[in-house]
Design a binder for this molecule. Sequence first.
Ligand SMILES: Cc1ncc(COP(=O)(O)O)c(C=O)c1O
Length: 445
Amino acid sequence: MAAVPASIAAGDIFPDTAQVTQNRLVIGGCDVNDLAKTYGTPLYVFDEASVLNRARAYRSALETSYGGKSTVCFASKAYCAPWVLRLIAQEGLGLDVVSGGELHTAKVAGFPPDRVYFHGNNKEAAEIEQALRQGIGRFVVDSLDEIELLSSVAQRKGKRAAILLRVGPGVDPHATHAHIATGQVDSKFGLGIHAGAAEQGVRAALAKKSLDLRGFHFHIGSQLHEIEPYKQAIDVVFDFAVAMRDQAGLDLREMSPGGGFGVRYTTEDPTVKAADMIAEVGTYTASAAKARGFALPEVTIEPGRSMIANTAVALYRVGSIKKIPGVRTYVSVDGGMADNIRPTAYGSKYSSVLANRVGDGPETTVAIAGKYCESGDVLIRDAKLPMPRVDDLVAIPTAGAYHLSMASNYNMALKPAVVVVAGGKATLVRRRETFADLLAAEDPA
Ligand SMILES: Cc1ncc(COP(=O)(O)O)c(C=O)c1O
C-alpha cells in the first residue's frame, strides 16, 4: 500500500474529509482528479463539512468558555463569496467587512445586517451611507476623523450609529513576554491607548448624539500561535475601560479581541487549535471583566484565516519541468501568484501532494513554480513530492484564506473556478473567468 503523506495524515492541514482512495486524493467524497477534468485547473475546492465544523466548534468554544453573550464573526477579507456567507449566516455567526464591496456581497448573500461589523481605517462617506442604508449592526471606528465623518453622516440621515472604538493596546503579538513595543504602537489601525488617542476618541464619541459608543475592539495580528499576547492586550484594554468608566462615564457593553488565530500550512508549523485558543480568550475575557467589576459585556471575535484556510485545496496541472543539475528542478503549474500571492508577498510556506498518485515514491525535492512573469512567482520552493511528470495534478492545501480574496488578473490571468464539495457532490459556485470578463470594465474604443 502506498504511504499517506504526513501533511494529509496530520489531519489539520488538509480539509477534514480528505482521504486517499486508490492512491488518489478525495475530498468531500469527490475524487479531485475528476473535478479537475470537469472544471479545469487551477481549481479551488472547498469542503463544506470543514466550514461547518469550524463555525460550530468556534461558536461553542466561545459560548461555553465565556458564559455571557457572544458572537463569532467571520472576517470576510479572508474569503468573501456569497455561498460561504450564506452558510456562515445559517450557523448564526456574524460578519466582519471592511469595504463597500464586502458590504454589497453581504447584502447579496442575505446576511442578517444586524450581525455585520464594518471595519477599516478609511471608510469613505459613500461606504458609510451604504452601511447605514443596509442597517448594519456596528461600525468599528478607527480614527478621530471617522468619529466626525460618521457622526455627521448619521445625523444627516437621522440615525444613531452603534459603534465600537478600535483601540491599539501596544502589544507585540510575537513577543514571548509582556512587551509594549514601539513597533506595534506604529500602526495605521486604531487609536493608541498609550499615546492618549484612544481617550480622545472616547470623549469625542461620547459627545456625539448620533453615536452610541458600546465598547472597544482590538486586533493584535494574524497567524498567532500563542495565547499570551491576547491576554496582555485584554488586560490593557480592560484597564483602559476602567479609566474611561471612572473618568468619562463610559458604559461598557461590548468587547472584541479580534481575530488572528493561527493555522498550520505545513507539518513543520507549530500545532495550533484555534478552538482551544478561542476558549482561552473567552475564559480570560470573562475573568478580566469580572475582576474589574464589569457586568459581562457582549464579546465578539473575528476569525478569518482559521475559519476558512484549511477548508480548501488549490489544484494545478503540471505543464513543464526544468531540471538545473545540482541546483533545482522547477515544476511549472498553470496558476501561481495571480491566484495565490502569499508566497511571493510574505514568503509563506505550503505543503503539497500529487493528487493523481498521492503515495508514490521515492520522494524528491522540487520547486512548484507559477506561470506568471516574475521570478518570485514560486508557490513552493522545497516541495517534497514523488518526482512530478507533465500532466500530474498538484494539490496545495490550506488554500481557503487570503488566496482568492487577494487574487489578481496579473498577466491578464483568468481567476480560477471554485467548487464546493459535500457528500460526494460538487457544486460550481464560481465559474472560471473568461476573456470577456477581463475586458468588461474597459472602454472598448
Ligand atoms: C480587524 C481584523 N479582524 C479580523 C481579522 C482576521 O484575521 P485572521 O484572518 O488572522 O483571523 C483581521 C485581519 O487582518 C483584522 O484586521
